[in-house]
Design a protein around this ligand. Structure first.
Ligand code: PEP
Ligand code: MG
Length: 571
């Protein structure tokens, strides 16, 4: 956070995505048409007959699906994928037929749509995780269909006549894709989470973004605001000091991005700086990012929409595309991490009371051994097709025996370098036994924090507990890294903590050998690592672990950081 913004009156606080900052005028996104539930459909200035109403609703669904499909094709990449998923929802048979059944029974179309959409939204919310995040898409389909049925303009983003900060209660992917990017400076929303669609798309587009900003929709159109993703703040009428600080940071960021040298401390201790990806398109965009490879390829991201397990052939094709994009650089492929916050229709166990503690990640090998078999075979085929050798690791390993079984199966399939993720405290505590079975480990600090602190990672209001700075979490990272040093095997970190420049120094000091993060976080982490000696990182790690709270630990580490780095990164 920056001294200029914290606690200042009128400053709106939210959750920042990334580190960038910008100043510009507000453009509020037009919300859904405000129409009564019994609004009548008109044809030629008279109320429509029941048949005409049925036809209007049916064609509205088709038109909305078609227009979203066209936007998806035009957008491509992650935005295109997200829009295709919204289009699929608009084309969904169950949604449309249930609305039509109610309309045919005499219910007004808006009331029928609201009833069915509310029912689906409740189902999605209860399912949690990824499905819960799709509720925004569902409501966006509802708003578009209502507008078409009643002959109103499509809701969404206004035409931007000048570069603006787009502010919305929530921004559906379809709205985000409709943005005139030339004129979008930043995105601010009242709802949404840092792992939701808006945040993912903003990250892909390199736009500063702050979500969960209470009061954002109360900002007047045209008012100048400073949006600071690093601080998670939106400041109306920014003063000269704040503007100057943001200008300075922007200039410094541009310089940081130009440096793509391999990761190393000031005294030359190498720390591989890697990127996290979810699709071949993500891997292709790594181009000039300076990523030395991929430290986490989340393969489940490819199949979130699927109801059937993907075939060996299609998986092999996707994995080969990522290997080709990295052109010989290291790629760590994670086997499917389905369940809990990442439910996959074809794999997740139904009716689990505590899915985060249930049959998720590697444990799916119990009910579905064929999923892992197929995936390892696909990986071996991708290796053969590209002549590049991937590393492979399993998520949610809890015991040395599981690590041994996974390694045996992966090696039998022809994948030579095998590791596991350290996400369960039991594995961190017994890292020596686990490392005896595999070639490397990678710390998933998102889940490690969740399980160490007994705190659901989806509950934003418990963020203080779910903090990788918690000394207990750092103790487990330290135990794992020490076991890695003893065994002479690599220990990486691929959770979000690797993307925090200050935490990255602590991780290096604890003995971690690689850091994997969203590509946008690489320049700041590289800069911080290059400006501290290994000895200083070790001292920072000791200070973080000596503290009795997360906040004290961070403050102690900050006091040991290079003043120039603090100023440049606004730490
Ligand atoms: C983690 O848990 O830190 C991790 C990298 O895996 P995911 O966020 O995909 O669960
Ligand atoms: Mg995880």
């Amino acid at each position: 956070m920056t001294a200029a913004t914290v606690g200042a009156p009128g400053v709106l606080q939210g959750v920042g995505v990334g580190r960038r900052a910008v100043v510009g005028p507000v453009a509020q996104v037009r919300s859904a048409p405000d129409v009564p539930p019994d609004a009548a459909v008109q044809v030629d200035g008279r109320p429509a007959t029941p048949q005409e109403t049925h036809a209007a609703v049916e064609s509205a669904f088709a038109e909305v699906a078609e227009s979203l499909r066209a936007q998806s094709a035009a957008a491509g990449g992650t935005v295109g994928d997200v829009l295709a998923a919204t289009a699929q929802m608009a084309a969904d048979n169950a949604l449309r037929t249930q609305v039509l059944a109610r309309v045919d029974a005499g219910e007004p179309p808006v009331a029928a749509l609201d009833g069915v959409v509310d029912m689906f939204a409740a189902m999605f919310t209860q399912a949690g995780g990824y499905l819960a995040e799709r509720v925004t898409d569902l409501r966006s389909v509802r708003d578009r269909v209502v507008a078409r049925v009643l002959g109103l303009p499509d809701p969404g983003v206004p035409r931007l006549a000048r570069p603006s900060v787009v502010v919305a209660r929530d921004l559906a992917p379809a709205d985000t894709a409709a943005l005139d990017l030339e004129n979008v400076l930043a995105i601010v929303t009242e709802l949404g989470g840092p792992t939701g669609h808006t945040a993912i798309i903003a990250g892909q587009l390199g736009l500063p973004c702050v979500v969960r900003v209470t009061g954002a929709t109360g900002l007047e159109d045209g008012v100048e605001v400073a949006v600071d993703a690093a601080a998670g703040t939106v400041t109306p009428h920014p003063g000269a000091d704040l503007r100057a600080e943001l200008d300075r940071r922007r200039a410094a960021d541009e310089l940081l991005t130009a440096d793509t040298a391999p990761g190393a401390t000031a005294d030359g201790h190498a720390v591989a700086l890697l990127a996290n990806v979810g699709t071949p398109a993500d891997a292709e965009r790594l181009g000039g990012s300076g990523a030395e490879g991929v430290g986490l390829f989340r393969t489940e991201v490819l199949f979130l929409e699927r109801t059937q397990a993907p075939t060996v052939e299609e998986q092999a094709e996707a994995y080969a595309a990522v290997l080709r994009a990295l052109d010989g650089r290291k790629v760590v492929v994670r086997t499917l991490d389905a369940g809990a916050d990442k439910p996959l229709a074809f794999a997740t166990q139904p009716d689990e009371e505590n899915p985060a503690l249930g049959v998720r990640g590697y444990r799916l090998v119990r009910p579905h051994p064929e999923l892992l078999r197929t995936q390892l075979e696909a990986l071996a085929r991708a290796q053969e097709a590209t002549g590049t050798t991937p590393w492979v690791m399993a998520p949610m390993i809890a015991t040395a025996d599981e690590a041994r079984d996974f390694a045996a199966q992966a090696r039998a399939a022809g994948v030579a370098t095998v590791g596991v993720m350290v996400e369960v405290p039991a594995v961190a505590l017994r890292a020596r036994d686990v490392l005896a079975e595999v070639d490397f480990v990678s710390l998933g600090t998102n889940d490690l924090a969740q399980y160490t602190m007994a705190t659901d990672r989806l509950r934003g209001e418990l963020a203080d507990l779910l903090d990788a700075w918690q000394p207990a979490v750092l103790d487990l990272v330290a135990a794992t890294a020490a076991a890695g040093v003893e065994a002479g095997k690599p220990v990486g970190v691929c959770g979000e903590s690797a993307s925090d420049p200050l935490m990255a120094l602590v991780l290096v000091g604890l003995g971690v050998t690689s850091l994997s993060m969203a590509a946008g976080a690489l320049p700041a982490v590289r800069y911080a690592v290059r400006r501290h000696t290994h000895e200083r990182c070790v001292a920072m790690a000791a200070a973080a672990r000596a503290a009795r709270s997360a906040a004290d630990g961070r403050a102690a580490v900050l006091a040991l950081a290079d003043p120039q780095v603090r100023a440049t990164l606004g730490l």
